[in-house]
Design a protein. Structure first.
Lengths: 218, 478, 321
């Protein structure tokens, strides 16, 4: 059995599971933990790729993923939640059951799509891309079906996790791109931090439904 | 790579650092203008540099025009902003500390747009666009009103989603390039990808283009991904609305064009034309109808931006040297005209203290100069001769008519509908009894006048060097 | 000739074996739970003694009961025993192996459940009704998951006949397979639900409002109750054997290998069952029972895991083609 493939597949499958866990949770702290878990698994997956593909600079990416998304961002968000003192349950737009079923559908769709489009590419890349697209779509789903600013940003961050997984699977992508991506994640967090305080300050809640009332005449 | 390129990018970022620590908003505003002017001069000097491409940057016929345009509008907007922001501080809409960061962010935005325009590495292109998105998000939310926060948040979410999809498309493009160029930075270099376009992996390229279309298309404001645009334009400070409409939409469309060129150069890949035509038409007609219901003056012109971007996308979808030429010309003209209009709108908003169209009446009596300016601007954007926009719209319609007569009816219809709405609103604002409040207009009129002058001249006479340029770029676009 | 004789004989041995160990296999978790709670607990053989006691007692039948009430216990026992005979335990290639299709097993168990639910409602008490409706809800959610798990294994092995699937997995080298891990997780959840174990149902409860399985058999007594108890014990052994044959197939021998090999296979099999029973006991001590409406989420999770397992194994197949 192809050892390298097995482990990558295992880790990618775990990341996918973490995405589903993100979809399922309805308590903010649990969502944060699932996100941190996904980031840690991502770091492991990237580190494994670094080992297998013999590209040491991917270790840097793995370290960034672990440090930034596995530790710094969850801690920062946790601190924000505590400071804002917000309600810790998250409302869903549609029920959990339907969300999960849609998630399954999206996963199947992305697998089929990528497998069809990449018949020529190497197997590790196809695999990584397929699951990465599934994670991206699941993150999108999470952003759509949640009504809380925090979960929207975590959904976005999990989309970025999927992107990093895809970039890792694509052999040879230069380090500069990865560094820039990491950098932009930091900036995104900064922007988010700026906004969540403002939202809280103006609307007294981080439920983005409240934003609907000032939507303007479109 | 010529040091001029590094200067164009370096000046804004260096100024940003200085502006972030500089106290006093007047000094900051002045420095902002100076830095933008310096960037413009350096951008102009790029015209003298011979084209070429290295691992990260490229200078060729397609992006040089945009770099010059970018730095020009950046300069005039900075000029406008310098006089506009003072008023905003006085009315208490924004604090001096916020203005300090506003200036710094302005320069970062200009710098990142230059990065995107000059990038050869498709990853770098993405980074430039992502950075400019994030920065403009913060700037849209500058006023901290609930509406501004909502607009900025919506822009943030939609923009980020679009950018993420575009990144996935970038990765797919890289993978498609691997087939021909092997692993490593070569497969991310646009110039090499374009040279080897016929050897790229077709199915990957198709899939990549779809993602890039949706992703970057969100930033262009194509329907149905346009939802962030009206809010962002109306709730942010006016200089930012001008920059968004005049520059950022263009840069995003430029990115889309780069990839369109890639896929068009591969004979087996899907034809990008039809999709672009459809999306352009949908945006155009949708926005034209939406113009009728708008009650906020900035939203009105935001939808006008969507409409024009739709028209430009339609033109590039048609393809061929004439339509491409028209598209490029329209991008330039629209950029200048729309930013001019937003300058005028800024004046109006300050003069009347409101953005609601219903509350703006009798401008021809209370502010005749402003009224004339606004009229000229609206006539220009509506596509009347002798302004440049008429020229490009006319070109688009005629080439479409020459190739597919029935197809030409649709954009013509959209343009007429939009024209009607704009004229209707203009009329209600100009005539009638002037109402309270009536303030003095403090912001400078120079940027507005400058832009309109250029557009007017371009409508009457395009210098042959410029024409030759556009033609070369149009050929290149395929 | 010898082969067919061996397969016939082996089948009989299996049927006897599962019946024989069923009460002990249910008693072992009870013992483990008690010991973990620092109680003495009933000895292992208590299950047999209970069954004997029940058989000797008089069967009281309610006046409002119909013929179904009397017939159901025997039907249930028969269906479950046949199903247990088809699941590979220590050997494959037995007499009925060619009919050992997983779909058949699921159908047999489904029929047994059907009759049990009917019997629960037969006498007309409300507790029986509660038990039956809850049982049906649980099975509605658990069966799709189980079918998906089965489909997953069948896709890998190319057949739905359990003995052949077991043979296939014995021949595979050891590998990390996330899809198999997910399938195992899903099947374990389904097994817990179907066997009325914590966290879905508490087998030791005496509160009618928390019962599912117990509520359906509340009216039974005497030899009828003995049959039903035996059937549910057999079901536990069945599921344990199912999980063992799919995911821990080592030690399963071919029936032609002779009686000595059977003994080795049977020893390994008994070890697996004992291990499963001990794990079950530890698990039941560690987890609390869920509220009934949360069970649907729990089983929904099983469905998701099973579906994901299929998607991932499909992905592996395509990519490694």
């Amino acid at each position: 059995m192809n050892h390298a493939y097995d482990v990558s597949h295992f880790l990618a499958g775990l990341m996918l599971l973490a995405s589903f866990a993100l979809l399922y949770q309805d308590r903010l702290l649990a969502v944060l933990r699932s996100f941190a878990l996904q980031a840690i698994i991502l770091a492991l997956a990237v580190a494994w790729e670094a080992w297998v593909q013999d590209r040491p600079h991917l270790f840097i990416t793995a370290g960034l993923a672990l440090g930034l998304k596995g530790l710094v961002i969850p801690m920062a968000l946790h601190r924000m939640i505590a400071r804002l003192g917000i309600h810790r349950d998250v409302e869903q737009v549609v029920g959990v059951g339907i969300t999960m079923l849609i998630g399954l559908g999206l996963t199947a769709l992305s697998l089929l799509l990528i497998l069809k489009a990449t018949s020529g590419a190497p197997s590790l890349a196809r695999e990584g891309l397929a699951i990465a697209l599934a994670i991206i779509l699941l993150g999108l789903l999470m952003m759509i079906t949640r009504r809380n600013a925090f979960t929207q940003i975590i959904g976005f961050m999990s989309i970025e996790n999927g992107l990093i997984l895809a970039a890792t699977g694509a052999r040879g992508m230069p380090l500069v791109v990865e560094i820039s991506v990491a950098f932009s994640v930091l900036i995104a967090l900064f922007v988010f931090a700026v906004f969540v305080f403002r939202i809280r300050e103006r609307f007294d809640t981080v439920d983005v439904e409240a934003l609907e009332s000032v939507r303007g005449d479109q | 790579m010529s040091p001029v390129v590094y200067a164009v990018i370096g000046i804004p970022f260096a100024s940003a650092i200085v502006l972030a620590v500089l106290p006093g908003y007047r000094l900051g505003a002045a420095l902002n203008v100076v830095a933008s002017f310096a960037a413009f001069l350096v951008g102009l000097s790029l015209l003298t540099v011979t084209g070429g491409a290295d691992e990260y940057f490229i200078v060729d016929d397609v992006n040089i025009v945009f770099v010059v345009l970018n730095t020009l509008v950046g300069f005039t907007a900075a000029l406008f902003s310098a006089s506009y922001i003072g008023h905003e501080i006085e009315t208490g809409r924004v604090t001096p500390l916020a203005v300090r960061f506003y200036h710094a962010m302005y320069q970062v935005m200009m710098g990142s747009m230059s990065v995107a325009l000059l990038a050869n590495n498709i990853g770098l292109l993405w980074v430039g666009l992502e950075l400019s998105t994030l920065i403009t998000v913060v700037m849209v939310g500058l006023y901290r009103t609930p509406e501004a926060i909502e607009a900025a948040w919506k822009y943030f979410i939609l923009g980020s989603v679009g950018i993420s999809l575009a990144f996935f498309g970038t990765i797919l493009t890289y993978l498609a390039g691997q087939a021909a160029l092997g692993e490593g930075a070569n497969a991310m270099s646009w110039s090499l990808l374009h040279a080897n376009a016929a050897r790229l992996d077709v199915s990957l390229l198709n899939l990549a283009f779809v993602f890039l279309l949706v992703g970057y298309g969100t930033k262009v404001g194509l329907a149905p991904m346009h939802a962030w645009l009206p809010d962002a334009h109306s709730e942010g400070p006016t200089p930012i609305s001008a920059v968004l409409s005049g520059l950022l939409l263009n840069v995003a469309l430029y990115a889309l064009l780069r990839f369109k060129m890639l896929i068009a150069a591969n004979p087996d890949a899907m034809r990008p034309g039809p999709i672009l035509i459809v999306m352009g038409l949908v945006s155009l007609i949708f926005a034209a109808f939406m113009l009728y219901q708008r009650r906020d003056i900035k939203r009105l012109f935001a939808y006008s931006s969507i409409e024009h971007m739709g028209l430009i996308t339609f033109a590039f979808g048609m393809g061929g040297p004439l339509a491409n030429f028209a598209g490029l010309l329209h991008m330039t003209m629209h950029s200048l005209t729309k930013s001019a209009i937003f300058f005028a709108v800024g004046h109006v908003a300050q003069a009347k203290g409101t953005q609601r169209i219903a509350d703006i009446r009798g401008l021809s009596v209370s502010h005749p100069g402003l009224a004339i300016g606004l009229t000229l601007g609206v006539l220009a954007i509506a596509g009347l001769p002798p302004f440049g926009v008429f020229m490009s719209e006319f070109l688009i319609l005629t080439t479409t008519f020459a190739r597919h007569p029935w197809l030409a009816l649709l954009p013509a219809f959209g343009l007429v509908v939009a024209f009607g709405a704009l004229l209707l609103r203009l009329q209600s604002m100009l005539f009638g009894e002037p109402n309270e409040p009536v303030h003095e207009v403090e912001a400078s009129s120079i940027p507005f006048a400058l832009h309109l002058l250029i557009v007017l001249i371009a409508g009457l006479y395009l210098p042959s060097a410029l024409v030759a340029w556009f033609q070369r770029a149009a050929e290149f676009l395929g | 000739m010898l082969d067919s004789l061996l397969s016939f004989f082996g089948q009989g041995v299996q049927m006897g074996l599962v019946l024989l160990i069923a009460p002990a296999a249910t008693g072992l978790p009870r013992l483990v739970k008690a010991r973990l709670m620092r109680r003495q607990g009933p000895p292992l053989l208590q299950g047999y003694r209970d069954l004997m006691k029940l058989v000797r007692k008089e069967a009281i039948v309610a006046e409002s009961a119909s013929w179904l009430f009397r017939v159901a216990p025997y039907l249930i026992f028969a269906l479950t025993w046949v199903a247990a005979a088809l699941v590979p335990t220590f050997a494959t290639g037995l007499l009925f192996s060619s009919t050992g299709d997983v779909i058949v097993i699921i159908a047999l168990l489904g029929s047994a459940r059907f009759f049990l639910a009917l019997a629960g409602m037969d006498v007309g008490t409300s507790f029986g009704g509660i038990g039956s409706s809850r049982e049906m809800m649980i099975s509605t959610l658990a069966e799709p998951a189980m079918l998906l798990v089965v489909l997953n294994m069948a896709l890998a092995a190319g057949t739905t006949r359990l003995p052949e699937v077991a043979d296939f997995f014995v021949s595979q080298p050891l590998a990390i397979r996330v899809s198999l891990a997910l399938a195992l997780l899903s099947l374990v959840i389904v097994a817990l639900a179907e066997n009325a174990r914590i966290p879905v149902d508490n087998p030791a409860t005496h509160l009618e409002l928390t019962m599912v399985h117990e509520a359906m058999v509340l009216e039974y007594s005497g030899r009828h109750l003995a049959m039903i108890e035996a059937a549910s014990q057999l079901k536990l052994v069945l599921y344990a054997s199912l999980i063992a044959s799919l995911f821990l197939p080592f030690g399963i021998v071919r029936v032609e290998a002779g009686v000595v090999a059977w003994l080795g296979g049977a020893a390994i099999y008994l070890g697996k069952i004992a291990g499963a029973a001990i794990l079950l006991g530890i698990w039941e001590v560690s987890i609390a029972k869920m509220r009934v409406f949360r069970v649907s989420e729990f089983l929904g999770g099983a469905f998701i895991f099973a579906f994901l397992a299929i998607l991932l194994s499909f992905l592996t197949q395509e990519v490694l083609r």
